[in-house]
Design a protein around this ligand. Structure first.
Ligand code: GLN
Ligand code: ZN
Length: 740
């Protein structure tokens, strides 16, 4: 690096999601591989130019991917799963690993640390043999940059992170370390003629590394560090344990996250005594707000107490992959919101301004940092909360009796998680309404028809607890965000989620309040059609928070409480309107857990309090349900219990009753719907199979504690599958009841 600014990667999906469009056309056979590759090359060139425009001389190379960097790395390292080896064409094999086909199940995807980006999980096993390394992609991209006159810096996921994110047992992991390191060594040999600097991304090192992890780290970088000018990058948290090791390896420098890893200041004390270079991650790569340049400058100046400027670089905290592209195409924001924002392109400019101010004391006049929108009434309400607002005053055992009297449900009550199939027709309807092509009256009428049909169907198969079907919702967070103050929505603020898929997270920019009821009309209409209980359906505060870009001028806990108050008011409005069963979904409760154990207690505390604040307004005979889209509760079961929901539905259908056992083990008393079939597959399980599944669940929990439901919402399924599966589910339940 010649100039002292650098980035850890740039969003590759494109300003107008060009890569998404190209990929999807390629998959449909509408464009050729050559055309796809030339669009990709065009994007790389454009992104390099933007980096150069900001004064970055060594641009990021190999941060680009047609699908996923982890998948690229598997190809590079000769670590493709054998089960795809029958596909001879490399491109076809690459996309089949990612997406599957009739004869190959796609590789598993999972979230990249605590982001919403999904990588493909390497499949290793005992006796796994790496194939030949394949440096082709990296060499090509580097030469391509050179050809355009750029100096490049190669980005690569490092061995420690690669291994720790692979799907395999601990034994296999340690057995494969040496062979893996050999692969990296051969790779570096192949790259050596380029004379390029290489940044190894090792974010796993921020996740409480064990002594064993650290000794492998030392071995790895003692060996690799001599093979060129190497950097090791960590992000999303501090990596002080790793720094203490890396400082004694021959690497050239480290990238440290000073946005999410404030404690990295301790690393600097160690590094100060060495000759290592340090790239300071100062521009937030995870959020959309403008940098407070004044305070960044102050922070940087403090850093120079430890490391002289000559050895410092300014960087983004992580790859800019996690933020939208630029602000140019935004037309939905009011001036107040617009003023707060910086997307990827704007962040490059911030880096440039900051570096001028820092390195050449150019004395930039930094404007005062814009402030989030404050609402006095919301602030006041938060201040006046008392401990009683955070708990239901009657114990569950007493509530349970009152609720039984109120609802008179049969044993093993049957229900669903909320959404019913989102057909093309329903989506079209919502879009036409949004665009103003159909009137409110027409829209309401059509929605009511969809609800009525859904209610009719549920009655016809004899489900016990009904739902309205969520047809009015595009997304479980956006739907609420759009009706709350304090949220804004972008026009083009897409962020890659995986492959060609992007999400457009809401921007939570100010104090949150609820101008009016959000779901009461739909729920009461649905209730009016039936005498069976109609379950109200809300998204919980923690999930709304975890799936948005959240203001960073106050602790997340306070923002969560503000959302909780809005949801609380909705719960109250629903129960007053006669909706006495209310589900508050917390799909993202678990994924919000901090990467470091030391912060988990605090998170659990406020996440729990937020849920309680939103639900504790329920009367004793109002039954609060919650739903969570995962199955592993072992490490969080006490928090789940403390959420004090009367009924929780979860996603354990694929594990039989194994993962349910923890509920029995801790003596969990509230009711549980573990999910009797997997909605992520189009397969319709037979009555016998579900009967069997219910019996399996009954081995763990007693009849009066179990609910029978699918394991998640049905919005991604079609009606045919849904009708068949739910009808079988009810039949299976009746058969079990008859023998109970
Ligand atoms: N109620 C939502 C639905 O059924 C829950 C979805 C979720 O938790 N992911 O779609
Ligand atoms: Zn779910």
């Amino acid at each position: 690096m010649t100039n002292q600014i650098t980035v850890l990667g740039f969003p590759r999906i494109g300003e107008k999601r060009e890569l998404k469009i190209a990929l999807e056309s390629y998959w449909k056979g509408e464009i050729s591989l050559n055309e796809l590759n030339s669009i990709a090359a065009g994007l790389r060139l454009k992104h390099w130019n933007l980096q150069r425009g900001a004064g970055i001389e060594a641009v990021a190379v190999n941060d680009f991917s047609l699908y996923d960097n982890m998948l690229d790395l598997m190809v590079t390292l000769g670590a493709e799963p054998e089960r795809f080896s029958d596909i001879k064409d490399p491109t076809c094999r690459y996309f089949t690993m990612a997406r599957g086909d009739e004869t190959h199940i796609a590789m598993e995807m999972t979230k990249w640390f605590n982001t919403n980006y999904h990588y493909l999980v390497p499949e290793l096993h005992g006796g796994f043999r790496f194939g030949a390394i394949n440096p082709h992609k990296i060499l090509e991209e580097y030469r391509e940059a050179q050809l355009h006159g750029f100096e490049g810096i190669i980005h690569l996921i490092g061995p420690i992170t690669f291994l720790s994110l692979s799907k395999c047992s601990e034994d296999v992991r340690s057995a494969l370390f040496d062979p893996l390191l050999d692969q990296y060594t051969v790779l570096l040999e192949a790259l050596q003629p380029l004379g390029a600097e290489i940044v190894f991304h090792e974010p796993s090192l921020v996740c409480d590394p064990t002594p064993n992890d650290l000794s492998l780290l030392k071995i790895a970088y003692d060996q690799l560090g001599t093979m060129g000018r190497l950097w090791v990058a960590t992000y999303f948290e501090h990596s002080n344990e790793a720094t203490a090791v890396l400082v004694h390896t021959p690497i050239h420098g480290l990238y440290l996250d000073f946005v999410y890893g404030e404690k990295n200041i301790q690393s600097l004390e160690v590094l100060g005594k060495s000759n290592k270079h340090v790239a300071i991650g100062i521009i937030n790569g995870r959020n959309v707000w403008k940098n407070d340049l004044q305070s960044s400058l102050k922070q940087l100046n403090e850093i120079t107490n430890h490391i002289p400027k000559e050895r410092l670089y300014l960087s983004t905290s992580c790859s800019l992959l996690h933020v939208p592209y630029n602000l140019k195409h935004e037309n939905r924001f009011n001036a107040e919101v617009q003023e707060l924002l910086a997307f990827a392109e704007e962040k490059l400019l911030e880096l440039s301004v900051l570096s001028k101010a820092f390195f050449s004391n150019s004395g930039i006049t930094v404007n005062t940092h814009p402030k989030a929108a404050i609402d006095g009434a919301v602030q006041q309400r938060l201040k006046s909360l008392t401990p009683n607002d955070f708990k239901r005053l009657t114990s569950f055992s007493k509530r349970q009796i009152m609720q039984q009297e109120y609802f008179t449900l049969p044993l093993l009550p049957t229900t669903t998680i909320g959404s019913f199939p989102q057909t093309a027709n329903i989506r079209k309807l919502r879009q036409e309404f949004k665009k103003g092509w159909i009137s409110q009256t027409e829209y309401t009428h059509a929605m009511k028809e969809a609800i009525a049909h859904c209610v009719d169907f549920q009655e016809s198969i004899d489900l016990d607890v009904l739902v309205h079907g969520e047809f009015e919702r595009n997304d479980m967070v956006e739907y609420f965000g759009e009706q709350l103050n304090g949220f804004a929505f972008s026009t083009n603020g897409w962020v890659q989620s995986y492959g060609s898929r992007c999400v457009k997270p809401p921007l939570l920019y100010g104090d949150v309040s609820r101008p009016k009821a959000m779901t009461v009309t739909w729920s009461t209409y649905a209730q009016s059609l039936t005498t069976r209980p109609m379950k109200g359906m809300l998204t919980g505060p923690v999930t709304i928070l975890n799936w948005s870009f959240v203001r960073d001028d106050q602790p997340r806990s306070l923002t969560a409480y503000q959302i909780a108050l809005a949801i609380r008011d909705e719960v109250d409005d629903l129960q007053r309107a006669g909706i006495k069963m209310i589900q508050v979904d917390e799909a993202a409760f678990k994924e919000g857990y901090p990467l470091r154990r030391e912060h988990r207690g605090l998170y659990e505390q406020w996440a729990l309090q937020s849920f309680l604040l939103s639900t504790a307004v329920a009367e004793d005979d109002t039954q609060i349900h919650t739903h969570m889209c995962y199955s592993e509760f072992t490490d969080i079961i006490e928090t789940i219990e403390a959420m004090d929901a009367d009924v929780i539905s979860i996603e354990t259908s694929r594990s039989g009753n194994r993962l349910l056992r923890i509920f029995a083990d801790v003596g969990y008393t509230q009711e549980v719907g573990p999910g009797v079939y997997d909605i992520h597959s189009p397969r319709v399980p037979s009555v016998e199979e579900m009967e069997q599944q219910i019996h399996t669940l009954l081995e763990v929990l007693p009849t009066n504690q179990l609910w029978i439901n699918p394991d998640c919402g049905l919005k991604t399924r079609n009606w045919e599958e849904t009708e068949a599966a739910l009808a079988n589910m009810v039949k299976a339940t009746k058969a079990v009841r008859a023998t109970a």
